[in-house]
Design a protein around this ligand. Sequence first.
Ligand code: 5GP
Ligand code: MG
Ligand code: MG
Length: 178
Amino acid sequence: MNNDIEEVLFDQEQIHEAAVRLGQTITKDYAGRKPLVLSVLKGAYLWTADLVREIDLYVDLEFIKISSYHGGVTSSNEIQLVTDVQSDVAGRDVLILEDIVDTGQSLRFLKDLLKDRGANSVQVATFLDKKGGRKIEIDADYVGFDVRNEFVVGYGLDYAGLYRNLPYVGILKKDIYS
Ligand code: 5GP
Ligand code: MG
Ligand code: MG
C-alpha cells in the first residue's frame, strides 16, 4: 500500500500538531458551552478520534454519513444523505468535523440541513482545505492544513474505498487511477 504513494504531504507528527493546535483553539472558543461534535463519515473518522481528544470540553459526539464521490477522483454535484444523525440538533452548537473541503458542496448541504433543523450555531473544523477546488463560496472555521488542488489519500481519505488506514496524507501515483 505504501508503495502506491508518490509523495507524503503531512506525516503523523505534523497531523498530531494540527490536532493539538485546533483542539486548543476550539476549547477556548467554545468555553462554557457543550458542543455537539458531528463527524462526517467515513473520511473524518481518524481526524475525529484525534481532534476530540485535544478538546477539553464536555461534548456530544454524533455521526452523519453522506456521499459525494462515486468511487472516482472528482466530486459529483449530487450529495446524498446516507445515514442521518441520531439526535436532535435544534438549539445545539454544532461543530462539523470534515476530512476535506473541496468544491464546498458537501459543506453547503450539511450546513443547510443543520440550520433548517434549528441548530443554534454551525461551525466546521476540517482536516484539509483544498481552496483551489471551490465551486461554492463557503469556508471552514478551523483548518488543519491547506492542500493544493490534487487528489490526496490517507488518514481517512480514500481512493475506491482504500488507503483510509494510511497514517499520513499523500498523493497517489497517477498510474493507480489512470
Ligand atoms: P466537496 O463536496 O467539498 O467537493 O468534497 C467533499 C468530499 O469529497 C470530501 O469529504 C471527500 O470525501 C471528497 N474529496 C474531496 N477531495 C478529495 C481528495 O483529494 N481526496 C479524497 N480521497 N477525497 C476527496
Ligand atoms: Mg468528507
Ligand atoms: Mg471518498
